[in-house]
Design a binder for this molecule. Structure first.
Ligand SMILES: [Zn+2]
Length: 204
């Protein structure tokens, strides 16, 4: 799933309902707000399927108002756009929503690059600095700090010894490798999907 990280990113920017709304958009190509409400509430009802009739009213259904709020949030962040069409019968405008793929793609790329940068910095730090720590695991310090302290922990007074960070280094290297792969393959998938979406919209 190319969007494995997307939900985490969106939730940081907005909230849980907005994540759900965006996922419906990603799945449905072009959709009106009322349909989104129906889809989300059907999902909720399915989750509560076993419930009996008396409790039926207590199912936490999503309101149209909430979905609209989420759509505006997505629109503000340029993650979704709408096409406005006047309904000939009612005279009201109907909004057809679609995700903005380029922006979603850019968001995923920039977040991944940021994670990668942080991991590389951490790895670099671990490789450069041998850390010293006591048996109790109190705050590790660098060699020069440990030297100044006479290799004694300031918290408990126990002796400081070199901390083995080969496991940490190995862990970081693995994470970097995985993220690097995701950066390559994940983006191809995103491009494929974006292309399909563009085509399906043009057909309408
Ligand atoms: Zn200590």
């Amino acid at each position: 799933m190319p969007f494995s990280q997307l939900n985490d990113i969106i939730i940081k920017l907005t909230d849980e309902t907005t994540v759900k709304v965006l996922n419906v958009l990603l799945d449905q190509k072009e959709i009106i707000d009322e349909e989104i409400v129906n889809i989300l509430n059907e999902e909720i009802e399915r989750a509560y399927e076993a419930i009996n009739e008396d409790e039926e009213q207590r199912i936490p259904r999503i309101a149209l108002k909430e979905v609209r709020k989420s759509l505006y949030k997505l629109n503000e962040r340029s993650l979704a756009r709408y096409r406005r069409v006047r309904d000939k019968e009612t005279g009201y405008f109907v909004y057809f929503w679609t995700p903005i793929w380029e922006r979603i793609r850019d968001l995923i790329i920039s977040r991944r690059k940021l994670s990668m940068k942080k991991l590389r910095q951490r790895l670099d730090y671990e490789q450069r600095n041998l850390l010293y720590v006591c048996d109790e695991g109190h705050t590790p310090v660098t060699f020069s700090d440990a030297f100044e302290l006479g290799f004694i922990c300031t918290t408990c007074g126990k002796e400081l010894s070199q901390k083995d960070n080969t496991k940490t280094i190995h862990f970081l290297e693995q994470k970097i490798k995985v993220l690097d792969e995701e950066l390559k393959t994940g983006l191809e998938e995103l491009d494929d999907i974006a292309e399909l979406m563009e085509k399906s919209i043009q057909k309408k």
